[in-house]
Design a protein. Structure first.
Length: 427
């Protein structure tokens, strides 16, 4: 009985082992302007089975070194690309990396002159010709010229190369990339990303709004007093908006070029400190009439929060230039839109005593929010104040709607009071 159980267990383990899915190969395509950078990863276990028996008894790295030329030749013998007319692409092996489990090739794929790199046929049977169940997954990792948003569409599937399970035939894979590649596509994507960054960046918006609170006031004897006209208020608000955009854009440019970088945590803490400084300034004048200069300097800090993200995209040349420019324009456009939504009602409220309560309340909220965010970034744990602040700031349109309602209601109330006072005076 024990012997039968042992045999059954051995057969079961054998079946599970044979049924276990074999690791497959993956090719990631980074679509450039005049060619494609491809990263091809193959399972080392299967690849080593192609070596003579003598090499199987040795470590994989020495085997790779001894078979260096053979390995390159093998890949080129089993990989080819044709354009729509049947003309062959040039394939160049730039480098190769070997780990215990994986063999990785970095390739440059160059279409013939005049051929589109967005429509081609891939012929590939490396490892597949030996292991019928093996597959190649073809994916796009980056397509800037096609307008691909990396954070939303990373590793988009293009297809799978595999042998037919019935006939064993392996058909080439026809690839047709979406959209016609152009710099305009990449530029538009980053304009949208810039707008979204400001729209969803509650810390940026809170900083700007708090900094703008002092534009309707005059500093006298270390305190804020009312007395500024509409023209001056609008001029100062626009000055702050433009100055912040300049500082933010300059930070992106320097960060994208790797000239000015800051670790993410340090950048987030610095951004929270700018909000804290702006809030204290809104309560008591710290840098009166220098808000424009402060907006440039603090804009630099706010830009560092995203500069590293652009740098991590590893864009170069034209792609880096248009991406940074598009992002900066997107930031400016969204800020302009927000200012147009806020300023008229901001000016309307600033004429009355209600404004003092709004200023003190908003500044106090900003102080608590910024301090809670600093704690979050230091401890990596949220707290009830930070959660509440995010809840309040989560949807800006309701805050703007609240400001509009408050401004209109207050204006109607003030007009009624003025008419009542005027009637009593006449009577």
């Amino acid at each position: 009985m024990k012997k039968q159980s042992f045999i059954f267990l051995a057969l079961l383990l054998s079946f599970v082992s044979s049924a276990h899915a074999m690791p497959h190969s993956i090719m990631l395509l980074d679509i450039r302007k005049d060619g494609i950078h491809a990263k091809l990863s193959l399972p080392m276990k299967e690849f080593r089975m192609l070596h003579p028996v003598i090499d199987l008894q040795k470590e994989h790295k020495p085997a790779i070194k001894r078979k260096d030329g053979w390995m390159n030749d093998y890949l080129l013998d089993h990989l080819s690309i044709n354009d729509t007319e049947g003309n062959l692409w040039k394939i160049r092996i730039d480098n190769r990396h070997v780990s215990h489990n994986e063999l990785t090739y970095n390739l440059w794929l160059q279409p013939p002159v005049g051929s589109s790199l967005r429509d081609f046929t891939l012929n590939y049977d490396a490892l597949i010709h030996r292991f019928e169940e093996h597959k190649l997954f073809l994916k796009v990792s980056s397509d800037w010229y096609g307008g691909m948003k990396n954070q939303d569409e990373t590793n988009r599937d293009l297809g799978i190369l595999m042998a037919d399970p019935l006939t064993g035939d392996l058909k080439p894979l026809e690839v047709h990339l979406e959209h016609q590649g152009s710099s305009w596509n990449g530029f538009k994507v980053f304009v949208g990303l810039g707008m979204e960054q400001i729209k969803s960046g509650t810390d940026h918006l809170l900083f700007l709004v708090i900094l703008m609170l002092s534009t309707a006031l005059s500093a006298r004897n270390g305190r804020w007093t009312r007395g500024e006209g509409t023209t001056k208020i609008v001029g100062r608000v626009l000055k702050i908006g433009v100055a912040f955009t300049i500082g933010y854009s300059l930070s992106l440019i320097l960060g994208a070029a790797h000239w000015m970088m800051l670790p993410k945590r340090a950048a987030e803490i610095a951004i929270a400190l700018t909000i804290l400084a702006a809030a204290f300034h809104a309560l008591r004048p710290i840098f009166p009439r220098k808000e424009g200069l402060v907006a440039v300097i603090f804009g630099l800090i706010h830009g560092l929060g995203f500069a590293s993200a652009i740098a991590d995209l590893s864009l170069d040349g034209e792609r880096l230039l248009y991406s940074t420019l598009g992002f900066c324009i997107g930031v400016g456009l969204m800020l302009l839109f927000i200012l147009l939504c806020i300023v008229p009602w901001f000016v309307l409220v600033s004429k009355y005593t209600l404004y003092k309560g709004i200023r003190i309340g908003a500044s106090s909220f900003a102080i608590l929010a910024s301090l809670s965010w600093i704690v979050v970034h230091i401890t990596d744990e949220s707290n009830f104040i930070s959660d509440f602040a995010q809840l309040i700031l989560a949807d800006g349109k309701w805050l703007i709607a609240g400001l509009v309602f408050l401004a209109i209601f207050n204006e109607i109330y003030q007009q009624i009071q003025q008419r009542k006072t005027k009637s009593e005076t006449i009577g």
